[in-house]
Design a protein around this ligand. Structure first.
Ligand code: KIV
Ligand code: ZN
Length: 571
């Protein structure tokens, strides 16, 4: 099609079409009396990290032993109590890693390692070899049960697939006997891979057979992990499938129901959340959702979602910058700036109205409203995940005076009077419009200094001396530069500022009226300097702000007067 034709088609609404006829809708199960929509998540599930297995196997460059170790340390630090450490029968690196953490005694007592294994004799034997000597092991056995895979890949009947799974379970039982005799606690996890693409009753049957073959009991439960290996439907359909499974599984009290969602439709987290509402107890996933194709369930987001609802996530995510950095280093995948709870921009507002609301919300929280976090546009306190408040507001051309005020206050400890803020905000807006992007705090401060402190006008304060003529009268003698000339000034008044103004008025012969004045220490620690913000009014009622900064409070005040005079002359 020529570009003219294309343009013509666009004009007439004949845009190109996608070949949607190639696909068909996922057929949901019938569960008209579903209960899960009325349930709520009230506690964290048992989390299992699969970063070192599902996450690792999806990397362009799988983790080397050093990176695996780094990731392991991070997962332990976060507080995972179950970690899938690899697929040792399929990968020598995984095998060696499992041996290393066992032999070097790197596994905390309350942590259970999990190893993945296919339903094949030699792989089961090799996996047992890998975990020998560990105290707690989840032996994760899987085989695909999906309708499509049975037809296209294995050419097996349902009965044959059940036989395969139960035979493998028997082998795991036999091969782990030695481990158990040596003191290892072995839990069986069984995954009907592609559970969501399997006939539900068949999935229940195979899981039930495996449960019986393993001889699971209420005390020694089996983990039944129900993967949406490829996400194919809306998350409510997954929840229906979980509720259906739980309702119909014989011996449900002998099983922990585990979720393992992938993210092909972008709803992996939602699916697991609804799956918990449907009665599951355990969740597998990875940090930031690294994993096959579009990834696994993102445990960080799911845990933080709970946290933001007042639920203890049972994971420590307070040092998000570290989690991001280790994760990026090990996976070599950068975390997106908008990654929930962790991305560089997720606690940042550029829009003026958002900035105003955040500023007010922060003020309310700091003055102790009702102890709950109530800041508009910020679902959680950035401080809780190691982010700084200061970054919540950044300034570009979309920002307003609220943003300017916030940046000056939080980065430099400067609170501007409202009239000065209204005057300075357009300067900031002009600069960010001219630059086309963000105006960094340092750039804003430099603009403020240029405008109000280091004002390029005819006056300069060279020196001054203060003395007392009486307890009530202050005297000020000084030397100022006016264009090319140096002038001596002398004045008196009820205080240093009044005496300095008097000296200026007498020498310069122009009336000066201080209408606004505030002075306070800048937030700079032991080197603290004072900032004086002052406004003068001339005879025509024009007002000129000037600002002075000095270690000496009198000098700061005098400099602010000189600045305001200079601003009068250059305007
Ligand atoms: O996604 C999946 O089905 C898996 C299984 C091995 C549990 O990763
Ligand atoms: Zn998976």
């Amino acid at each position: 099609m020529t570009s003219e034709n294309q343009a013509a088609n666009l004009r007439t609404g004949l845009a190109k079409k996608m070949p949607h006829q190639k696909y068909r809708a996922f057929e949901p199960i019938a569960l008209p009396d579903r209960q899960w929509p009325d349930n709520r998540i009230i506690e964290a599930p048992r989390w299992c990290s699969v970063d070192l297995r599902d996450g690792n196997q999806a990397l362009v460059e799988p983790m080397n032993p050093v990176e695996k170790h780094k990731m392991w340390d991070l997962l332990v630090e976060i507080g995972f109590k179950e970690i899938e450490v690899g697929f040792p029968a399929a990968s020598q690196t995984d095998f060696e890693f499992v041996r290393k953490i066992i032999e070097e005694d790197l596994i905390p007592d309350d942590l259970t390692i999990q190893v993945l294994c296919q339903a094949r004799k030699e792989l089961i034997e090799r996996t047992c070899e890998a975990v020998s000597g560990a105290s707690n092991v989840i032996f994760h056995l899987y085989n695909s049960t999906s309708t499509l895979q049975r037809k296209v890949v294995f050419d097996m009947s349902q009965a044959e697939v059940i036989q395969l799974a139960t035979d493998a379970t028997k082998l795991v039982k036999e091969n782990t006997k030695k481990l158990r005799d040596e003191g290892t606690r072995v839990i069986l996890e069984y995954s009907p891979e592609s559970y969501t693409a399997t006939e539900m009753d068949f999935a229940i049957e195979i899981c039930s057979e495996v449960l019986n073959e393993w001889d699971a009991s209420e005390k020694e439960k089996i983990i039944l992990n129900l993967p949406s290996t490829v996400e194919m439907a809306t998350p409510n359909v997954y929840a229906d499938q979980i509720e259906y499974f739980i309702r119909n599984l014989p011996g449900r009290n002998k099983a922990i129901i585990s979720l393992h969602t992938h993210n092909d439709r972008g709803t992996g987290i939602a699916a697991s959340e609804l799956g918990l509402m449907a009665g599951a107890e355990r969740v597998e996933g990875t940090l930031f959702g690294n994993g096959e194709r579009t990834g696994n369930l993102d445990i960080i987001t799911m845990a933080m979602n709970m946290f933001s609802q007042g639920i203890d996530p049972n994971l420590y995510l307070g040092d998000m910058p570290k989690i991001v950095s280790v994760s990026e280093e090990c996976t070599k995948i950068p975390i997106h700036v908008r990654q929930p709870y962790a991305g560089e921009l997720v606690f940042t507002a550029f829009s003026g109205s958002h900035q105003d609301a955040i500023k007010k919300g922060m003020h309310l929280v700091s003055t102790g409203s009702d102890n709950f976090w109530e800041v508009p546009y910020l679902p959680i306190d950035p401080n809780d995940v190691g982010s700084s408040y200061r970054e919540t507001v950044r300034v570009n051309s979309q920002s307003g005076k609220g943003g300017v005020a916030f940046v000056l206050e939080h980065h430099f400890g400067v609170t501007l009077p409202r009239a000065l803020l209204l005057e300075f905000s357009p300067v900031v807006q002009g600069l960010s419009e001219a630059g086309g992007g963000e105006l960094k705090p340092e750039e804003m401060w430099n603009a403020f200094k240029k405008e109000y402190i280091d004002v390029n006008g005819p006056y300069r304060l060279i020196e001054y001396k203060l003395g007392a003529a009486s307890p009530e009268i202050e005297i000020c003698n000084g030397l100022i530069q006016v264009s090319e000339n140096e002038l001596r000034i002398n004045g008196r008044g009820s205080g240093p500022i009044a005496a300095f103004v008097d000296a200026l008025v007498k020498t310069l012969n122009e009336p000066l009226n201080v209408v606004e004045y505030q002075e306070y220490a800048l937030n700079e620690g032991s080197q603290a300097r004072a900032i004086c913000i002052l406004c003068m009014e001339d005879e025509s009622k024009n007002r000129y702000y000037g600002v002075g900064v000095s270690k000496n409070t009198n000098r700061a005040a005098f400099e602010s007067i000189i600045s305001s005079l200079n601003r009068k002359w250059i305007k």
